[in-house]
Design a binder for this molecule. Structure first.
Ligand SMILES: *[C@@H]1O[C@H](CO)[C@@H](O)[C@H](O)[C@H]1NC(C)=O
Ligand SMILES: *[C@@H]1O[C@H](CO)[C@@H](O)[C@H](O)[C@H]1NC(C)=O
Ligand SMILES: *[C@@H]1O[C@H](CO)[C@@H](O)[C@H](O)[C@H]1NC(C)=O
Ligand SMILES: *[C@@H]1O[C@H](CO)[C@@H](O)[C@H](O)[C@H]1NC(C)=O
Ligand SMILES: *[C@@H]1O[C@H](CO)[C@@H](O)[C@H](O)[C@H]1NC(C)=O
Ligand SMILES: *[C@@H]1O[C@H](CO)[C@@H](O)[C@H](O)[C@H]1NC(C)=O
Length: 554
């Protein structure tokens, strides 16, 4: 047993040293964060979703194809990537604590830029609101001025969605006529306007502007016209809409947040599996995709402003999301799991002169693309990187790209170290067509559960209720998850007390539906691995990598 759950994390990681080659303050940073966005984007080869503005950004950027969140729920993921520490170090697995009080006084990404002379600004949902950021989005530590919150967000969960009979409800599916909305606007429209207003003021000092869009997070309260992009007759179900037979209960998330919406309640779904009627599944997918296109348009407006203000030649742009969202895969919806659909995120990084040539005078880098126009420009896919990267890499990457002093890798434990990173800077690989590292790379995610059986609070247990932690490792070839007992009082994972395991071989099973953990375990026992194999997760991984070839010929 390891004394600290994160001890094993450092073992396989590599520390990249890189020279400081950029002058500090030369580049601004625009950091755009979508909410609950998996890489359903044109630039990630999604065949359905229309995202021309993000695709245009990608065509001038390095696109990380295998980027993963550290925990697939907003608060823990945001606190993790904004501090570059994993959830075991922020001690945040739910929404109910502030890391500076409960874990350590960690310096955040925007705080680091602020300390280095940048004006730092927050628009929309950047930090998770409430206790998780001390009800202030970590102002004044992280931000130069109080963060902006769009006034129309207060209507997000109200009864503003019109049913066919004209009555108003708090629905999951909520396409609206914007001019009939309270305040006649929507949160992401306001976010884009505020971001543009701030950009106009930011001509002198270097700035770090974080813009957190709320979509495609539920409810799908979006301008109704975006649905036209996705005719319902063109929608298809997830390729694997059933709960996999060999999925352990502890791994399943019962998507309780969706069930609470009035339109879903009216379906009288059974707990925990549902299933949701097929026609409603198609509509959820349609509304999610429409929400992505609506958010994409807001990204386009902000990027156009960057260009109009002549800022795109001296501004680094990063686009990502806090985690993904299951769209019916494995019979699951929402986030709250360790599957790729919940943990994989888009990560797109643009730096003028590095990921794309510096624009010639008068030349445009970004211009708003109207998704409703049929004659859409086809964008190139940008530089692709297929290695596994993690959201904890974002902080050191942006700091390095902006020429700020490099961050040291965190010691274990690092509760007393204010500034360090549990990730790695990806700056040195930007602008390279393909990057391979000598060692296999991994991405780690984790998810807590209150019990081995599926309960009402399985999606998002409070800290005190956590009994099991699923540590998950994603390589190019497989996803491997161990569900082990967890003591929430001492923050201790017992890696020898294994409740369940999952192993998916991606070449045969890209959707992660055929869990071969039990077969694999039997094969290991046959190989005589019994005495040692439960020793630690590290041991498991070593056995896996060493024995997998033998296993397939057994
Ligand atoms: C936390 O760090 C900030 C600077 O990063 C400092 O101003 C503050 O006093 C520290 N708080 C504690 C409790 O150490
Ligand atoms: C959190 O906010 C409260 C009230 O604004 C403040 O008194 C307290 O110092 C803040 N906590 C930290 C760690 O800064
Ligand atoms: C949206 O609402 C406004 C105000 O009620 C109305 O004038 C307009 O026709 C509506 N638009 C659509 C497309 O329904
Ligand atoms: C819907 O599907 C039809 C038939 O495949 C296709 O011609 C049409 O372009 C699709 N519509 C959209 C908006 O994708
Ligand atoms: C759900 O249950 C309610 C109350 O039992 C019933 O009135 C309604 O018709 C049911 N709806 C569906 C879709 O079965
Ligand atoms: C860890 O789990 C193993 C197996 O269940 C058990 O024997 C051991 O006592 C546990 N260790 C701690 C510290 O609880």
């Amino acid at each position: 047993m390891l004394s600290k759950a994160q001890a094993w994390l450092s073992v396989l990681l590599l520390h990249f040293m890189e020279p400081c080659i950029f002058a500090k303050g030369e580049f601004n940073v625009l950091f755009i964060i979508a909410d609950d966005l998996r890489p359903t984007l044109g630039c990630y080869s999604d065949p359905v979703v229309k995202s021309p503005n993000i695709d245009q950004l990608a065509s001038r950027s390095t696109v990380f194809y295998n980027a993963y969140a550290q925990q697939a729920v907003c608060g823990p993921s945001r606190t993790s990537f904004l501090t570059s520490r994993r959830p075991d170090t922020t001690k945040l697995y739910d929404f109910n604590s502030y890391w500076r009080v409960s874990a350590g006084n960690y310096t955040t990404l925007p705080q680091y830029f602020k300390a280095n002379g940048y004006t730092t600004l927050s628009v929309g949902k950047v930090f998770h609101p409430g206790i998780a950021s001390n009800h202030t989005d970590d102002y004044p530590y992280s931000w130069s001025v109080p963060p902006y919150h769009p006034p129309s967000f207060s209507y997000e969960k109200r009864k503003v969605c019109k049913n066919k009979d004209g009555t108003l409800h708090s629905n999951l599916l909520c396409p609206v006529n914007v001019s009939e909305m309270p305040l006649r606007t929507l949160p992401d429209l306001e976010n884009a306007e505020e971001a543009i207003r701030l950009l106009k003021q930011m001509k002198e000092s270097p700035f770090f502007l974080a813009v957190g869009f709320y979509k495609p997070h539920i409810p799908f309260r979006i301008p109704q016209e975006y649905l036209k992009l996705y005719p319902i007759e063109n929608m298809t179900l997830a390729p694997d809409p059933d709960v996999p037979k060999k999925l352990p209960d502890v791994a399943y998330n019962p998507w309780t947040d969706i069930r609470e919406r009035e339109d879903v309640k009216a379906l009288n779904l059974s707990f925990p599996y549902g299933p949701i009627p097929k026609d409603f599944q198609l509509r959820i997918r349609q509304h999610y995709f429409a929400s992505v296109s609506y958010m994409d348009a807001q990204v386009g407006r902000v990027l156009q402003a960057l260009d109009d203000l002549d800022l795109s030649k001296k501004t680094i742009v990063a686009f990502t999301s806090d985690h993904g969202w299951s769209l019916g895969e494995h019979g699951e919806w929402a986030k709250y799991s360790n599957f790729d659909v919940a943990t994989r995120v888009p990560l797109i990084v643009y730096k003028p002169g590095v990921t794309s040539p510096l624009p010639r005078p008068g030349e445009k880098t970004f211009s708003y693309v109207d998704v409703f126009e049929n004659t859409q420009e086809q964008f190139g896919k940008g530089y692709k990187v297929h290695s596994m990267v993690e959201l904890v890499d974002v902080f050191p990457t942006l700091a390095s790209m902006a020429g700020l002093p490099l961050l040291h890798h965190c010691p274990v434990p690092s509760f007393k170290v204010q500034l360090c990173t549990e990730g790695f800077s990806l700056a040195r690989i930007l602008g390279r067509q393909e990057w391979t590292i000598k060692h296999q790379s991994y991405a780690y995610s984790q998810y807590p559960r209150p019990s081995d059986t599926i309960q009402q609070n399985s999606d998002l247990p409070n800290l005190a209720d956590i009994r099991v932690m699923g540590y998950s490792l994603r390589s190019n070839d497989y996803r491997y998850t161990l569900w082990v007992s967890f003591d929430p009082v001492h923050f201790l994972a017992n890696l020898t007390d294994i409740h369940a395991g999952e192993l998916y071989i991606l070449s045969e099973d890209p959707g992660q539906d055929n869990n071969i953990f039990d077969e694999f375990t039997r094969a290991l026992l046959k190989l005589g691995a019994q005495p040692q194999w439960t020793e630690s997760l590290k041991q498991h991984l070593m056995y896996f990598t060493a024995s997998s070839k033998t296993k397939w010929t057994l």
